[in-house]
Design a protein around this ligand. Structure first.
Ligand SMILES: Cc1ncc(COP(=O)(O)O)c(C=O)c1O
Length: 371
């Protein structure tokens, strides 16, 4: 090594860990020595993607935008912000868009928390909060779940100190699938200092909207930013586009940390077109919810269901998940191991198409034999 880059990083990267994504099909095939024709046969249920894809109108809009990619995109994403503002009954200045909701979360954490500051989240909340806090040089404060899965909102409020700058909640949470109703979330917000930034991550909102109703414009806290994504119900994970809705002055501060042109032209065009085809999104959500019920019933019958989930995924529990995951992969089905969450005995599996889910259940029945 010519230079010890690790010791030169600021904040010290020795304390940081990269995000571990779901294993791509190509990687599984390479690991198993399968090439070419087998590609279509492996099923990735590891990244909570939408198995039905985006509205064809969004695909067509991206195709049209592709002809113009020698131009920079609209750096302010004006049309997308206006469309989102209209959808949520807010002003465009109350919308911040990002390269996935991941970027929105990171921007807000970086803008408001640095060395000496604390970011409070649930210990088994979506892992990006603590990774982003650490990357910003702040200290993640991880609050244990009382029941091992569900955010303990009272304990989280009690963990807020004068050094707390940001609080993150995932509702529903990934990977535990738990959900808090609007009254519980509002009571939590009421217990927080007014100057704390609250990131309410609703990446799976569309899968629970029928239960919770709309939170934007209903939940109140000066520092509240409700974060949503086009990656799940809208089926645009590969284009990377998400957004936050909150106080315009707060978002204006975060905007100063934003890269120019952070949302690419294809993503902006596709997201705008997707919003105009809400029926497509709703139909996909309904199909996923129906399949989730079927999967959870089958897992319960096998004695493997950890708990019912509120997103587009299911959670199973088994003492030998490493073996189980290996056997599922041998059968061409990729689940998501949850070791990084300290949940080594759990596996998360995304709800796929009926055929993919049947394949998973088949593989699982074989995989648990003798374990
Ligand atoms: C709870 C939660 N928040 C945010 C994200 C980030 O999604 P994206 O960056 O694709 O919008 C995910 C992705 O899995 C998630 O599960």
């Amino acid at each position: 090594m010519i230079v010890d880059w690790l010791s030169r990083s600021a904040p010290p990267a020795a304390r940081l860990h990269p995000y571990v994504p779901g294993k791509p099909v190509e990687q599984l095939l390479a690991e198993k020595g399968m090439t070419g024709g087998g590609l279509a046969e492996a099923v990735k249920l590891a990244s909570n993607e939408n198995p039905y894809g985006p509205s064809p109108k969004a695909v067509e809009a991206a195709r049209r935008a592709a002809a113009e990619v020698h131009r920079y995109p609209d750096g302010d994403a004006g049309r997308l912000k206006r469309a989102l503002a209209a959808r949520h009954g807010v002003n465009p200045a109350q919308v911040l868009v990002g390269n996935g909701s991941n970027e929105v979360l990171e921007l807000l954490i970086r803008a408001f928390a640095g060395p000496g500051d604390e970011v409070v989240c649930s210990a088994r909340a979506f892992i990006v909060y603590r990774l982003a806090a650490a990357a910003a040089g702040a200290t993640p404060v991880l609050v244990p779940e009382a029941d091992g899965l569900s955010h303990d909102l009272e304990a989280m409020a009690a963990a807020v100190s004068p050094r707390t700058k940001v609080v993150c909640i995932a509702n529903p949470n990934n990977p535990t699938g738990t959900l808090h109703g609007p009254e519980a979330v509002q009571a939590f917000l009421d217990a927080l200092p007014r100057d704390v930034v609250v990131l309410l991550d609703e990446a799976y909102h569309e899968y629970v909207a029928h239960e919770t109703g709309e939170s934007i414009g209903r939940l109140a806290h000066p520092g509240l930013v409700v974060c949503r994504t086009f990656s799940k119900a809208w089926g645009l994970a590969g284009l990377r586009v998400g957004y936050g809705v909150g106080d315009p002055d707060l978002l204006e501060v975060a905007n100063r940390f934003r890269e120019p042109f952070n949302v690419n032209a294809l993503a902006q065009a596709a997201a705008c077109a997707a919003l105009e085809d809400g029926d497509w999104m709703a139909e996909g959500v309904a199909r996923v919810l129906e399949e989730r019920r079927r999967l959870e019933a089958a897992l319960a019958d096998m004695g493997l269901l950890a708990a019912p989930c509120h997103g587009n995924f299911v959670l199973l529990r088994h003492p030998e998940t490493a073996l189980l995951a290996g056997r599922l992969e041998d059968a061409g089905v990729i689940p998501r191991p949850l070791g990084p969450y300290g949940m080594a005995d759990y596996l998360r599996v995304t709800v796929g198409t009926p055929a993919e889910n049947a394949r998973f259940l088949d593989a699982l029945a074989g995989a648990v034999e003798g374990l």
